[in-house]
Design a protein around this ligand. Structure first.
Ligand code: GLA
Length: 728
């Protein structure tokens, strides 16, 4: 039983194969956090609650026997606002009296098999025998608001998920002002904060710095998660490395405005909150109504950042990404964007497909420009009717021509957007988001559709359905190229405008759910000006996300390595483009550390490049399972080492190994050994290039001599090499 309640001590203990999480019901029904970390055999954990002594400036609650107990000093399981805990609060509810004092106390709990669904939200899933869920009911006596805390334990993974449901059990309306999905209080520890920041063409860049006293936060107020901060944060020991030390990761399964905050209090104890960004959120609950928060996924690993990442990867492949394409072999695609931009017609696409077929590529994706009057990015978003004049026939005819060559066909959409120069806008100007009395700001010449509205979603769905059902479409790239300003919905009354942003995200999820349910065999790839919505919420629907419009192989290393901190390699969209800074071999090797595909005009490849592409296609198939379902090891980091980037995939059974080295900038003296990781020390591995046999112990402890490879030479800037080993 991974979840255990000790009735006499009132302690909840949640165990996975590698971690323990514990909290206590303390007198007066306070939920006091006790521990999160490496697995503990003990049940006697109560003493862990005291993290400081009485402080005259920290109030203690009335009616509590223990004079040492103050909610401001002790680690709290789900902190509330205004009732004596002056640190950041997970929950604040405004009642009919107008104040936001909130004091949640334990009422009851239940433990069930499996995991309940979160209505309207993407979330991790489990069969009855795969997880266990603890549901704690708490109540604020004055407002009557009940807050249910959900904890699902995935014992075999070292993972716990959390979410919260607030229910108005009182007689009067209330307003939720803050409802974080998770709150975690840590004891005083020297920890670093690791997170992902960026911008367009520089997404998911890793940052690591020591926690400071005070509040540090990452967040989005952009309506989407955005490339600026990813809804992922890790706290690690100062001394933690890729493979050693305590690492705690938290990731939101959410695609909207979020906030992950850490407050280090005066005692040096960090508190982490993760959930919907409270600054852009208010939710009115009438009596009897409920609100469900998005899910937070929590991973603990005692094997450093690498251990944490591998846990996220396997867990998401098994329990988040629900598409049938998650584990099924995906067709190797070529995308038309960088090859043609808006300048294509049906014949050109058929030529691309013919060339692609010669190279072994399996699918052609027609990017932006196939619909309405879309000859550039100034117009036609919202008019999802096929431009048959441009394509030289119907979409069905074009897909038939491409399919006849043995190539599948995919298309691009940007369903949430509308250009002022579009038939849709001319018919429904009020469908574009804008606050009354204000001017609409444009971004890439476009506005955002009010996805909170059912009529808007229905219209877009029917347009898409009509196109998708008339042609043999195997793939959709779902783009989203601007963020939301002047946010308001004309459909919502003034007292509910605070609900706009979350309702927008629910609307997007609803449309994605309808499309993926109506067309379950279509492979969906998410995109947002590159990796601007690279989050676990999107991954629930789309098993791959275009990681960046930046296709320079060297800069991609930082982007893909950052994304891999939390997200599986199988989800990281990566293509070989015509970007000339590195040769096509290196571009292929880097894209191989992702979904792999092409984004170039295949007619322009030289005969020599075509032979290289054919080899890459063979490698794509050869290493498909190893790369997607194996263990990923970041050996050197492109954000720390300016010269060399090394990584490695090891199959789960430790029988196969793929090592890759990219020289970002050649140093004066480049050491030609590298120690491999994650092998079985007792197994013997054959070097595919030389036929030499080495033990796993030798490859891990003494290292691999790269200069022993036939044809080896000093690699220059931007060059790369790959080594493959199989256990014999
Ligand atoms: C965004 C995407 C690109 C491409 C264009 C089309 O920028 O990131 O890959 O699809 O839109 O307009």
């Amino acid at each position: 039983m991974p979840i255990h309640f000790d009735e006499s001590k009132k302690i909840f203990k949640l165990d996975t194969k590698s971690s323990t999480y514990a909290f206590l019901v303390y007198n007066g029904g306070f939920l006091v956090h006790l521990y999160y970390g490496a697995k503990l055999p003990d049940n006697n954990l109560k003493h862990l609650m005291y993290r400081g002594w009485f402080d005259s400036l920290s109030p203690y609650a009335e009616g509590v026997d223990d004079p040492r107990f103050a909610v401001d000093i002790n680690p709290m399981e789900y902190s509330t606002n205004g009732a004596g805990d002056f640190r950041i609060s997970a929950c604040a509810v405004r009642g009919r009296d107008g104040n936001t004092v909130t004091d949640l106390r334990y009422v009851s709990h239940k433990i069930t098999k499996g995991k309940p669904k979160l209505p309207g939200l993407p979330a991790t899933f489990a069969k009855e025998n795969e997880a266990e869920t603890l549901e704690i009911e708490t109540v604020d006596e004055v407002t009557g608001v009940k807050v249910f805390l959900f904890y699902t334990v995935f014992e075999d993974y070292g993972v716990m998920t959390r979410s919260v449901r607030a229910e108005n059990g009182g007689k009067f309306p209330v307003e939720l002002e803050q409802l974080y999905s998770a709150c975690i209080d840590f004891p005083a520890m020297d920890m670093d904060m690791v997170h992902l920041y960026g911008k367009w063409a520089k997404e998911n860049t890793t940052a690591r710095h020591p926690l400071q006293h005070g509040i540090q936060a990452i967040r989005s107020k952009r309506g989407m998660t955005g490339p600026n901060h990813n809804p992922f944060l890790a706290l690690v020991d100062h001394t933690a490395t890729e493979e050693t030390g305590n690492a705690y990761g938290v990731n939101l399964v959410y695609s909207g405005n979020f906030s992950i905050e850490v407050e280090v209090d005066t005692r040096g104890c960090p508190r982490v909150l993760a959930g919907i960004d409270p600054e852009s959120f208010r939710w009115r609950l009438e009596p009897g109504e409920s609100f469900v928060s998005p899910e937070a996924v929590m991973v603990y690993s005692e094997h450093g950042l690498g251990g944490m990442s591998r846990t996220f990867h396997h867990f998401y492949l098994d329990h988040l990404m629900r598409s049938e394409w998650t584990k099924k072999k995906r067709p190797l695609l070529i995308n038309s964007w960088e090859a043609a931009f808006f300048d294509f017609d049906g014949d050109k696409l058929v030529e691309f497909a013919r060339e692609a077929k010669e190279l072994g590529i399996e699918m052609l994706v027609m990017d932006d420009g196939w619909f309405g009057n879309r000859f550039d990015d100034h117009r036609a978003l919202g008019d999802w009717t096929v431009n048959e004049e441009k394509l030289g026939g119907t979409l069905g005819e074009l897909t038939d021509r491409v399919n006849a060559l043995g190539i599948k066909f995919g298309i691009w959409y940007e369903p949430e957007m509308i250009n002022p120069d579009s038939d849709l806008y001319r018919a429904h100007p009020d469908w574009a988001i804008c606050a009354p009395g204000r001017k609409k700001s444009l971004s890439r010449h476009q506005c955002v559709l009010d996805m909170t509205r059912q009529d808007v979603r229905d219209h877009i769905f029917h347009q898409m359905e009509s196109v998708l059902s008339k042609a043999n479409i195997a793939y959709i790239k779902w783009d989203c190229n601007r963020h939301i300003s002047e946010a308001a919905s004309l459909e919502l009354p003034p007292e509910r405008q605070g609900e706009f942003f979350h309702r927008y995200v629910l609307g997007v999820y609803d449309l994605m759910d309808r499309i993926t349910t109506a067309f379950p065999h279509i492979l969906l790839e998410n995109c947002s000006s590159g990796g601007g919505r690279f989050d676990a919420g999107m991954m629930y629907y789309s098993p791959q996300i275009w990681a960046s419009d930046n296709t320079d192989a060297i800069e991609r290393l930082t982007i893909q390595f950052g994304a891999s901190l939390c997200y599986p390699i199988a989800a990281i969209g990566a293509h070989v483009s015509a970007n000339p800074r590195t040769d096509i071999v290196t571009r292929g090797n880097v894209a191989m550390c992702g979904t792999f595909g092409y984004e170039l005009d295949p007619r322009k490849l030289t005969p020599e490049e075509k032979e290289i592409v054919k080899k890459q296609v063979r490698d794509y198939h050869k290493y498909y399972d190893l790369i997607r379902f194996g263990d990923f090891y970041r050996i050197t980091s492109p954000t720390e080492d300016p010269f060399v980037c090394d990584w490695e995939f090891v199959s789960r059974d430790k029988n196969e190994v793929l090592f890759t080295r990219v020289i970002m900038r050649r140093p004066e003296n480049l050491y030609q050994h590298q120690r491999l990781r994650g092998l079985d020390p007792d197994k013997l591995y054959t070097d595919e290039d030389t036929g030499e046999v080495y033990s796993g112990a030798l490859l891990m402890h003494a290292g691999l001599d790269l200069s022993g490879t036939p044809g080896w030479r000093w690699l220059q800037d931007g060059e790369s090499m790959v080594k493959h080993f199989s256990a014999c």
